[in-house]
Structure formats: structure tokens, C-alpha cells
Design a protein around this ligand. Structure first.
Ligand code: ADP
Ligand code: ZN
Ligand code: ZN
Length: 839
């Protein structure tokens, strides 16, 4: 990293510098050199956003990565068109981080920039038309038709029109020929309008003029003047009710929102009169989209074991950059985070707390908000472009010194991080699959901390084996809490043996008795129940009972998933969907049945078994909408739902005191993770979901249904023997060369023609054999799903020795190999996707 970076001297002054290297959001492996026009020289700074021409037509927003005096060799540098920022939007540490990320995760810096910068900070460009100033209808030699005249007429009222405007004016969709004709007749000009995407939210506010607000007698005179004019009087009275100017003169400066002032039906024209008469004035005010909530509570007093853990963490931080906090579910890790965050903020540094998916962790976010109020920013995956820009700018301006966010929040413009916390650090969703950069937010956060000379705290009840390994090696500090906060006890497990039953429908089995009894017992005591259904490999599908037909995606080699609510079959890989057919397309039979048991089916079955219980379901279907998840949680929290059925979503950090029973519907499914992490993931998932039970005074009950209850993994989970389980698994990983003993790189070769894909994958293997690095190359094999979106997939897995710079050498050579392969005409349209540390 350092060597990559050494040449970049950010403190260089620009006087003698005529060129700038610009980072552009395109997948090309380098920065682009542009010329700095003399006028822009004095103000150009690294990290500013600039506008440049890219290719013939495109105008792009770029970031100044470097300024220097070396003209490019291969092309003539074009000038920078404009600088967008007074102050840089991106700081040098961030650019350094981008450079590292591109190098480590084998992608281009432009791709990192594209992921990092909220799209609201990039420009949008749109084609618009305007009147040609040289055009005169009277003297023009070209006759205009009716529609052309209509457009010209509109241009007299509005100097610029977008294509969309024109479509609306004429009520037609094909606007191009008409505009082309107008250009040919020299009547209009077409130009690219480039503008900031971000639009501040502006309010019109009303306040008393200075004279009136500073003198009681002036105000009295105003009242005398409006006597007999009830509409004006009403506005004045309402204003003074909201803004008692003489008690609180400061309030008048802020004024009130005009819309609020008029919301009770007061007349706008009367307000106008008052403004005209010098009583009120109106002004524009930029409002935050993101609320400034006040802090409402102090941090809790730590319990003695929390306090011990807190001190241990700080002691480790004296000598180690990273600490793993291994605290069982409900041990009160969040409260420890709060204390640490407060300390770091008091010392003047920034803090970032990463959560796997904000939408799934609203509970912890609102807990933190209560303590940190408006100092805390939230970076949400469901935020709009404008909201993201406000969080970004809030970090830049210092409004937010603490941010809670999803994985992309590591890209925010922090300049002095003191602490990064990765909560639920074992969560697979920290890894980004597509598009590049395919980064792991936990690992990237550790690197970011290194750049800031900050500390990283990784928290989990079920640490990833990577992190735990680092702890056992002494690379990370290790702090453990092995009991719950307060009087809460760890839950009790029950294995429900399904092996005797051969029927498919779990609900008809006698062996579901245990589950039913526990649920009933909880309902009788007005307690709540969570039923967990593992999503993986468990989607319901439609099958023909006569010929075995199942619906297949037309673009991917996968079965379509049945969505009961919409009566549709959908592909979870590409989004393709079709209606459920009336009869089997293969044999015509009408005997189509639903196979598999999704959350929808479970919900339906349980409501038959417990007709009096109020049911809720939380899965991708019911939470698609921005507030869907929150609403379900609120209802559950308010006790309006007795049984909540859900997928992975219900496992994440939920803290509800009345949940006493957790049912794991088909425990065996959890064991079938298709790779070397199967055991680790299963252990984590069961422990996490079980951890939702009995978090207060009543002991929780966890029922796991399984056809192989003797599986050792269940035993380890139930006894909480994490360390023993870890040791066993590590033994295998060492023997069979898996992380953390080796580094993995996965390369996927994709092409629409499977012969080309296969040939390209083999060519890649022949070339990789020549790389002088300690490695094992596996494959190429057909992808687990052989075809996705009409692209055939071949996968290669490379295991690299961890020592020295094996990974770096491998990547360096791989880049050359891929470049060479891509230059062969036969492979021109092949795509290679490289994933470093795949998961
Ligand atoms: P974890 O994140 O480790 O699963 P939480 O931080 O959610 O645990 O804590 C579990 C419960 O105990 C929460 O309801 C929390 O409010 C409560 N709690 C934890 N620590 C304290 C404390 N020091 N004082 C009061 N309540 C606490
Ligand atoms: Zn059939
Ligand atoms: Zn598909």
C-alpha cells in the first residue's frame, strides 16, 4: 500500500503544475491527465470535484487525484472544464483508501470512486433545447409545421425545454424527428445542460421586519392599522403565538415556515399585503432533510462485567489496533460501545459504527440516537440521493462526528477517525458481491483505521473464524463476556427429532408436537414467539404432480420461486417473473402443487393451528417498502403480533423482552451451506436466532426441528462450546487449505456462449500455471448455477500462501494475463470477474 502511494505527494503546491490526474467513475485501470487552465490554477486542490470532457460527447464529474507537471505521453490533455467545489469533497486519506481498495480487491479506482461518492455528488447532464438567437420567424426561408410552431411558441415563455417538456407539449413520444427538423431549419439549438444532482431543500420563512420586532409601540401601531381587517389580524396573532418576539427576540430571526403559518387556512394575499406594508419579510432558508433529534438519555451505568470488559478493551488498545469483543447475545455490547464512543468523541475524534444492514437494525439505531442525538448521522441503504449527500456534507462540515452506517459508510469523508466499531462482525452481508469493488467492510474498516491511526473494535456473540483466529494468534486483543446482562439467563434448547417421520409436510407430523406445545404455552402466558425459517435453498416452487415439471427461469439455470401473494413465479437471480400457469405447460395436467415450505406457508399453517394468535411475517416480500420492516417491528414491539415468522431478518440484533420461544423450523437446512464455511455459518445462525429468546427475566426456550438431531454441531451450539467447535473446524481448514490458512481468490469467467466461456476459462488456467507464486489452482468448474442472465459461468478458485507478498505477486501477474487474454479476438466479449476473499 505504502509503495503504491508513496509517489502521491498531496502537499505539492500547484504553481508550476499544469496538469491534474482525475479519477473518473469508469472501469478503466488508471486516472486521466487533464490540463489545468490558468484561471483555475490558483484554486485547484486534491479532492475537489471537477467537470471534464470524456470521449467525444460525455461530460463527467471527476475527483482531482493529483496535480503535477508531466504531460501525458499517449494523448493530448484536454482542459478541465470547471471546478465544482470551493472546499474538496474528498480528502487525501480517502483517496489513499480508494487506491488501497482498488489494489487489494483487484478493481479500478474509478469503480471505487463510483461506489464511494453518493450519486447526488455527481453531475447529471440532460439534453435541452433553446431558441437559436439568429432565428427570426418573419425572415426565415423555411416553412414551419404546426407542431414545430408549438415548440417555438413554448420557447418564448420558457427559454429552455427538456425533451420531456416537448413530449408533453405535443403529446407525442417521438420527439427526435421534430427537433431534428427544427435544428435543420436553424430555429433551435440543442445543448447539454450539466447540473448538480443534489438539490437543497429550501423553505420560505416569514419574520417580522427589524423595525417592528424591536419596538413594542411599532407593533401596537400595526395592530391598530389592521383593526377591522380580520384576515391580516389573524395572521399576525398566529405569528405572535408561535414567535413571542418580545420574550425571545432570537426566535424572530429564525422566523416560521410560510406553509405552517398559512396551514390553518389563512389567506396568502393578506400575508402579501402585510409584507408589502413592511410588517413582515420573507426569506429563503435551507433545511436539513435529516432531522436534528435531541439526545434524551444518558448512557447507562455499566454493570461490573461490562465495566471490566470496557477497561480491558482500552488496555488492549494501548498496544493493539484491533480488539475482538466476544460477548454472548444479550451481554450488553451496545452499552459498552456507547461508553467508548462517548470517550472518543470527547477527545475530539470521529467514530464510525458499522452495522450489517440498517433496515434490519433499526432498534439499535434508535437506541443510539437517544444518547447521541443530533451529533449522530445515519447512513442508510434506503436513503435517497439527496439524503446521502446531506450525511456526506454533515461529516465534512463536522455536524456529525459519529456515524452509524451500512458498509458503504466507510467511504464517508472522515478526516480524523479515532474508533471504528464493526457490530455483528461475523455477518456475511458485510461483503459486497456485485458490482466491484467486491470489498469486505470489516476488513476494509480495519485498513481505514490503519490510515487514520484509529482503533477497531469487532463485536459479535459468534465471531467469524477469521477474527477469532487473529485473536488466538495475538494479532487482535480479545475480550469476552460469557453471561447476559442483569438477571437474564441463556436460553434452553430442545431438539425436536423428526427422523421417525417420513412425511414431507412438517405440520402434519406428530413430531412437531414439541414445537406446538412450546408455542401454545407461550401464547397462554401472553408471551411472544419467533419462528425462524432459513432462506437459503428453501424457496417454495411449483411442481406438476404428474410429470415433475417445475418452472425454470428463461435466462438462468434455476427454478422459479413461487410467490403466493402475487400468484407469480420469480427468479431470485435476475428478477424474471411469470404468472403461475393454470395447467402444466409440459403435460397439461392441472395437478400443480407447491413444494418447499416458505415463510408464507408456515404463517398460513400456524394460523390454522393457532387461530386465536395474531400472526406476522417478515421476509423480503413484506419488507420491500421503506417502512415495512419498521412497521412490523413496531407492531411486534407493541405486542400486536403474537407469532412472528421470518427469515434471516428476524435474527439480527432484535431485543424484545416478551419473546420467550424461538422455533427453528427446519434446522437441517441451516447445515447445508455449500462451502467450507458451512459449519461456521450454521453455528452462528442458530446461536444468533436463539439469542432472541428470553432476554429479560423469563428464561427463553429454543426448539430446533431436525431429522438428524445427533449432529455434533447442534450439540456444540447447545452447550455453547464455541472454542471447541472452532478448534475442530480449524483442524480441517488447515488440512484442506482453507482460510484463514490460505488466501482465496475466485475468478468467474462469463460468456453467452458456453463453449467460449469454457475455452476462455481453460486458457486462463494455462496462463495462471506460469505464475511463480505458492498456490493451488482449482477448477475451472461450471458455476453452481451454470447460467445467470444468459451468461454461462465457469469458476476458478485459487488458494494462495499467506506468507510474504504472494497475493500481490499473483494479482500483478493476473492483471497482465487478463489483459492479454482480453486482447485475443476470440475472447473479446468474455468477462472475467475477480473476487478477492470471496465469501
Ligand atoms: P447485545 O448487543 O450484547 O446482544 P444489548 O446491548 O442489546 O446486548 O443488551 C441487552 C439488553 O440489556 C438491552 O435491552 C439493554 O438495554 C440492556 N442493558 C445492557 N446493559 C445495560 C446497562 N448497563 N444498564 C441497563 N440496561 C442494560
Ligand atoms: Zn406435467
Ligand atoms: Zn433468472
Amino acid at each position: 500500500v505504502e509503495s503504491l502511494f508513496a509517489e502521491q505527494d498531496f502537499l505539492e503546491k500547484n504553481s508550476g503544475n499544469n496538469f491534474a490526474d482525475i479519477i473518473l467513475p469508469v472501469p478503466i485501470p488508471r486516472m486521466f491527465t487533464y490540463q489545468i487552465p490558468p484561471l483555475l490554477k490558483p484554486q485547484i486542490q486534491i479532492g475537489q470535484r471537477v467537470i471534464v470532457q470524456f470521449g467525444k460527447k460525455k461530460v463527467l464529474t471527476g475527483i482531482v487525484g493529483k496535480v503535477h507537471n508531466k504531460p501525458p505521453q499517449a494523448y493530448e490533455a484536454k482542459p478541465i472544464l470547471d471546478i465544482l467545489d470551493d472546499q474538496p469533497s474528498v480528502n487525501p486519506l480517502q483517496i489513499r483508501f480508494w487506491v488501497w481498495m482498488a489494489a487489494y480487491y483487484f478493481c479500478h479506482i474509478g469503480e471505487v470512486m463510483f461506489a464511494a461518492l453518493p450519486s447526488g455528488l455527481r453531475l447529471s447532464s440532460e439534453s435541452k433545447i433553446q431558441l437559436n438567437p439568429n432565428f427570426d420567424t418573419e425572415t426565415s426561408k423555411y416553412p414551419l409545421d404546426v407542431r414545430e410552431e408549438k415548440i417555438l411558441e413554448a420557447l418564448e415563455h420558457k427559454p429552455e425545454l427538456s425533451y420531456e417538456d416537448c413530449e408533453k407539449i405535443l403529446g407525442v413520444k417521438t420527439i427526435h424527428p421534430i427537433l431534428k427538423s427544427l435544428v435543420a431549419k436553424e430555429a433551435i439549438l440543442i445543448f447539454e445542460k450539466v447540473q448538480e444532482k443534489y438539490t437543497p431543500k429550501v423553505e420560505t420563512r416569514i419574520r417580522l421586519t427589524k423595525e417592528i420586532s424591536e419596538s413594542k409601540s411599532a407593533l401596537e401601531a400595526v395592530f391598530e392599522g389592521v383593526a377591522g381587517k380580520p384576515k391580516q389580524e389573524s395572521i399576525l396573532l398566529k405569528f405572535l403565538r408561535d414567535v413571542p418576539v418580545f420574550q425571545k427576540p432570537k426566535l424572530n430571526e429564525k422566523g416560521v415556515d410560510k406553509a405552517t403559518l398559512l396551514e390553518e387556512g389563512d389567506s396568502e394575499s393578506s400575508l402579501k399585503t402585510l409584507i408589502k406594508n413592511g410588517v413582515f419579510e420573507s426569506f429563503k432558508h435551507v433545511v436539513n432533510r435529516i432531522d436534528d433529534e435531541k439526545a434524551v438519555r444518558e448512557a447507562y451505568e455499566l454493570s461490573s462485567s461490562q465495566a471490566t470488559a470496557f477497561e480491558e478493551i482500552k488496555t488492549h488498545f494501548e498496544s493493539k489496533q484491533s480488539v475482538l469483543l466476544h460477548g454472548v447475545t444479550g451481554s450488553g455490547k451496545t452499552e459498552i460501545y456507547i461508553k467508548l464512543i462517548q470517550e472518543v468523541m470527547e477527545s475530539g475524534s470521529q467514530v464510525l459504527l458499522l452495522l450489517p444492514e440498517i433496515a434490519l437494525t433499526t432498534q439499535i439505531v434508535s437506541r443510539l440516537k437517544k444518547v447521541f442525538g443530533s451529533q449522530m448521522g445515519v447512513y442508510h441503504s434506503k436513503y435517497s440521493d439527496n439524503e446521502r449527500v446531506e450525511v456526506w456534507n454533515g461529516v465534512l462540515s463536522g455536524r456529525f462526528s459519529f456515524v452509524v452506517g451500512v458498509r458503504s459508510s466507510i467511504f464517508l469523508p472522515f478526516d480524523s477517525l479515532g474508533l471504528l466499531i464493526v457490530d455483528e462482525e461475523h455477518e456475511p452481508s458485510y461483503k459486497q458481491f456485485d458490482p466491484a469493488p467486491r470489498f469486505h467492510a470489516r476488513d476494509a474498516a480495519t485498513m481505514l483505521a490503519y490510515f487514520h491511526q484509529a482503533r477497531t473494535l469487532l463485536g459479535s456473540a459468534t465471531p467469524s473464524f477469521e477474527s477469532y483466529f487473529n485473536a488466538t494468534q495475538g494479532k487482535y486483543g480479545y475480550v469476552e463476556i460469557n453471561h447476559r446482562f442483569g438477571d437474564a439467563r441463556m436460553p434452553e434448547y430442545h431438539l425436536a427429532d423428526l427422523s421417525a417421520d417420513r412425511k414431507k409436510n412438517l405440520l402434519k407430523l406428530d413430531s412437531t408436537r414439541m414445537m406446538r406445545e412450546k408455542i401454545q404455552a407461550a401464547l397462554d402466558k401472553q408471551q411472544q414467539v419467533l419462528i425462524f425459517q432459513n432462506r437459503r435453498g428453501y424457496s417454495p416452487y411449483i411442481q406438476c404432480e404428474d410429470c415433475g415439471w417445475t418452472g425454470q427461469c428463461v435466462q438462468c439455470d434455476v427454478s422459479l420461486t413461487y410467490h403466493q401473494f402475487a400468484e407469480e413465479m420469480r427468479c431470485h437471480y435476475c428478477g424474471y417473473k411469470e404468472k403461475v400457469p393454470q395447467s402444466c405447460p409440459a403435460c397439461g395436467s392441472t395437478q400443480l402443487t407447491t413444494m418447499g415450505m416458505g415463510t408464507e406457508r408456515i404463517e398460513e399453517c400456524l394460523s390454522l393451528l393457532f387461530p386465536e394468535a395474531r400472526m406476522g411475517r417478515m421476509d423480503l416480500d413484506t419488507t420491500r417498502n421503506k417502512y415495512g420492516y419498521q412497521r412490523l417491528l413496531d407492531e411486534f414491539g407493541a405486542g400486536q403480533i403474537d407469532i412472528l415468522v421470518g427469515t434471516q431478518m428476524i435474527t439480527k440484533g432484535l431485543d424484545f423482552g416478551k419473546v420467550t420461544v424461538v422455533g427453528i423450523w427446519d434446522g437441517d437446512r441451516i447445515l447445508n451451506f455449500p462451502d467450507f464455511r458451512a459449519g461456521e455459518r450454521a453455528y452462528q445462525q442458530i446461536t444468533q436466532v436463539a439469542g432472541r429468546a428470553g432476554r429479560r427475566d423469563i428464561k427463553g426456550q429454543v426448539v430446533i426441528q431436525s431429522r438428524n438431531p445427533d449432529n455434533e454441531l447442534f450439540e456444540k451450539v447447545i452447550r455453547g462450546e464455541y472454542y471447541e467447535f472452532f478448534r475442530q473446524e480449524m483442524f480441517d481448514r488447515k488440512k484442506f487449505y482453507y482460510p484463514p490458512y490460505v488466501k482465496l481468490v475466485k475468478i468467474t469467467t462469463r460468456h453467452a456462449d458456453f463453449k467460449v466461456a469454457e475455452k476462455a476459462a481453460h486458457a486462463l488456467h494455462r496462463e495462471m500455471a506460469t505464475i511463480q507464486a505458492k498456490k493451488i489452482v482449482l477448477g475451472p468448474e461450471k458455476g453452481i448455477i451454470a447460467r445467470i442472465k444468459n451468461q454461462y459461468q465457469y469458476e476458478s478458485m485459487i488458494k494462495l500462501d499467506r506468507g510474504g507478498n504472494t497475493l500481490a505477486i499473483f494479482k500483478e501477474n493476473l492483471a497482465k494475463i487478463l489483459e492479454e487474454l482480453q486482447s485475443r479476438p476470440e475472447f473479446r466479449s468474455v468477462r472475467w470477474v475477480v473476487d478477492v476473499d470471496p465469501s
